[in-house]
Design a protein around this ligand. Structure first.
Ligand code: TRP
Length: 333
């Protein structure tokens, strides 16, 4: 029996953080045995909003690969591959761009949000506006049917499926399967500063490679409830980043519910909830950091994982590209 195929990935813009872990990384660990899983080191997509700093994009390839391996992604089960090493992805996305309109790209909610967040104004890099078609290229090249991503990516999967339907309709047969997004149940982790999203670029993230001191400092400074001044005051759980993180990582939901109730009634201080979170994050990140440091010493091994994964992905994606080219009825040499 063939396993369902997963394709997902991360832009290589820096080390991954606990928001990624709570979001999609944890799901990817679960899927290693039940699915055929490919993880894409999305360096060409990273360039769509980092053209000013290709050096960072290159360096981050290793950082993200180290994060994958350190959290327990097993290269014997999951294929880790480099986007820029897979020409079929770029070729498919060039074809797909003829099946989407500029106005559709501009209406994509993910793109709209990101354009606003990055302050592009009218100076939107064309590659950025078009990256939904590139992401469709990524997903379809592997014929992936399952895509574990953060909540913010669902609009991209929807647009992928629109492209898939158009390609299939034009070909007059089903060449490409539609894909389904797998979204984490608890939603997205806010930044340590209370902003809606934890992200490296906003400087409000706790990296999976953070030192014990950096973790403690971030937890200590974490946004809670600014009106909760004294321990006996009632406090807000909603919008409180410490509780959002506890929701994501605390494995004792009964105690957590009691703590929330006590916090809301009054009588539970920020110090206590922060200490609990600090312990939990130290226990989560500690082993990842240790493993990551060991792997970082073995550069040749990490390179080999990426190289052999990319080779495996290359033959797979070339087959799909050829099927699409033939299916569309283009000239084939
Ligand atoms: N857009 C994803 C992110 O921001 C990265 C990515 C690139 C991706 N290609 C993908 C995710 C294909 C899922 C499927 O991190």
């Amino acid at each position: 029996m063939t396993k369902p195929v997963i394709l997902t990935g991360d832009r290589t813009t820096g080390p991954l953080h606990i928001g990624h872990f709570a979001g999609s990384l944890r799901n990817r660990l679960r899927f290693q045995d039940s699915h055929e899983q490919f993880l894409l080191l999305a360096d060409t997509q990273a360039l769509t909003d980092n053209a000013h700093d290709p050096d960072k994009v290159r360096r981050s390839v290793i950082e993200v690969a180290l994060d994958y391996l350190a959290i327990g992604i097993d290269p014997a089960k999951t294929t880790i591959c480099l986007q820029s090493g897979l020409p079929a992805l770029a070729e498919l996305s060039m074809l797909y761009l003829n099946f989407v309109t500029v106005s559709r790209l501009e209406r994509n909610p993910t793109i709209k949000d990101e354009i606003r967040a990055r302050g592009f104004g009218r100076d939107i890099p064309a590659g950025f506006l078009c990256y939904p078609a590139a992401q469709a290229g990524d997903i379809t090249a592997f014929k992936a049917t399952v895509v574990p991503v953060g909540e913010d990516q669902t609009a991209l999967i929807e647009q992928t499926n629109e492209i898939v339907r158009r390609i299939n309709a034009t070909a007059g047969k089903t060449i490409l399967p539609e894909a389904q997004a797998v979204i984490p149940q608890f939603g997205r982790l806010p930044g340590v500063d209370g902003k809606a999203k934890m992200s490296k670029s906003s400087g409000n993230a706790i990296a999976l490679s953070a030192s014990p001191e950096a973790i403690s400092a971030a937890v200590k400074a974490m946004f809670t409830d600014p009106t909760h001044l004294r321990i006996e005051d009632p406090g807000q759980v909603e919008g409180n980043v410490v509780f959002a993180c506890l929701d994501a990582f605390d494995e004792d939901p009964a105690t957590l519910e009691e703590m929330k109730a006590q916090y809301q009634r009054g009588g539970l201080g920020d110090g206590r909830i922060k200490r609990r979170l600090d312990d939990i994050l130290q226990a989560l990140i500690g082993p990842i950091r240790t493993r990551r440091a060991e792997l970082a010493e073995d550069h040749a091994y990490v390179l080999d994982v990426i190289r052999s994964g990319t080779e495996k992905a290359r033959s797979r994606t070339e087959v799909t590209k050829r099927e699409v080219v033939e299916g569309l009825g283009l000239f084939v040499l």
